[in-house]
Design a protein around this ligand. Sequence first.
Ligand code: FDA
Length: 578
Amino acid sequence: METEVLIVGAGPAGAAASALLSTYGIANVVINKYPSVSNTPRAHITNQRGVEVFRDLGLEGEVVKNATPQHLMGEHVYGTSLAGRELGRLRTWYTHPHFKAEHDLASPSAVCDLPQHILEPILLNAAAARGSSVRFNTELLTFTQDDDGVTAVVKDRLTGGRHEIRAKYLIGADGGNSTVVEQLGLPLVGKMGLGGSINVVFEADLSRFAEHRPGDMYWFIQPGVGHDGNGIGVLRMVRPWTRWIGVWGYDVAAGEPSLTEADGVRIAHQLIGDDTVPVKVESISTWAVNDVYATDNMKGRVFCVGDAVHRHSPMNGLGSNTSMQDSYNLCWKLMMVLRGQAAPSLLDSYREERLPVAKQIVQRAKKSDGLMPHLFMALQLPPASDAQALRDALDALDAPTPEATERRRAFDAALHATIMCFNTHGVETNQHYTSGAIVSDGTPDQAAPRDEEIYYFATSRPGRHLPHVWVTRDQHRVSTFDLCGRGRFTLLTGINGAAWRDAAELVSKRFGVPLRVHSIGRGCDYEDSYGDYQTMSEVGEDGVLLIRPDHMVAWRAASATEDPEATLAEVMAEILGR
Ligand code: FDA
């Protein structure tokens, strides 16, 4: 069997790669060693940059139809159990009115809650419909590479037979126990198996506890494993308000527990705080928290994406999103190299661009994990406290005494500090690049005016994400994002930018690379009806933004140059390595 790209793994990273390559017209085979897509919900949070990948693929409608929307995600209640005492609340996922505006201004797409077992089929169905060969029960055993391609030996797990797949490139999207990373010998930093968690997926109608305070996670302080024997259990909504995951810890040092259905019911009831609620357990599984990133993500013709090269806790919901974005970064580059439009050196920018992101998100998730134990410290709970000790500590919070005032202050501060486990809009939206596929405009770097982990920094500086603004055509509004992407470079210019249009036509012919051009302004292809593009573009009416297929600003010019064709040709040659 021969193909252009072999993708190992059909999780969010591999399924996204397969959907993108098929959409770009690149032949690909995706293999998954298991018989189906993820059979448990796992990742849920699909952030704006994640949804934008679906939007570019024409699949955002499917996401919106199948996901729980933002307004049902944001009330994170802290308490003793779902039916028990409330200790405080956070407004997460940008549902606080202040943050809602920041969120809405950053993107045409909204964060949503899309369980992984629903997300994966959306991508894989599109991939298959657009030409990908999707093969389940097929396991990568080994591979070798030479100057022209990669030869993989795979096992058909139904028949036990082995065969070879020859591809020009291989993408290792094979998750946290990646065979591809191991066989490539990519260096990993950090530790696996730091903390153990039990996931109980169950059905129960919890509407009467959740409907009036809708959130996707409810957090409960209870005696148990965690920080010195004090635990935090979570009820994680899968479908409002009837399907849930109960998350509870186990001691990794004691080994993986063997759990029965009765244990699942017990854990669910303990988190609900009412054992009269009917609970139907669907599955019980265990997982471990990791804190690992690779310091290289490619070798020769093999590239690794997703959890294969960054493994971390679910805090901040960065896992599946970053995994899909790795593929979004890589696939247009593979397409252009395979079509002979770019030199193979363009592929080196995958390393330069995504390695810093992998490190950043792993470190962010670890920092977030570290915020939870402060709740126990503030309560001054003794190690391994029992139910009575916990009740006493919580009762102590209510006392009208100076000592209790201090405790209240410390506890409330610890609770509100955990907002950084959820609201890191900047971490999600500010990923930016310095690489051979970004050309400087010669202006000095500009510091973000606000905390870059929390707030989105909208700028059209090369290496940053194209800012979203609404523009209009025939009275209908579209996002600047909708003018770009879909596997092509785009030039956005203004009313006086005709010279860039002419230049684009000539450069496109010379390089054999499609260059789409849109003008924005009064009487242009798109009207800047709200006047936002003029401000956000940071270039004049005769200036230009060059946008990569992944919506990143590749280069910009504040105004017309003496010879726009020569300028643009030079920029494209640098990016494409030609
Ligand atoms: P993933 O592990 O999903 O997929 C790997 C694929 O490779 C699978 O299809 C597997 O079968 C296949 N494979 C492996 N070895 C193979 C071989 N040798 N041959 C062929 N196929 C092979 N993230 C997030 O963003 N938000 C969230 O809310 C959460 N929540 C969450 C909860 C829990 C309990 C867990 C365990 C994880 C999360 N995550 C998360 C993390 C998220 O699930 C994770 O980051 C993504 O699944 C990673 O996607 P990948 O595609 O990289 O790997």
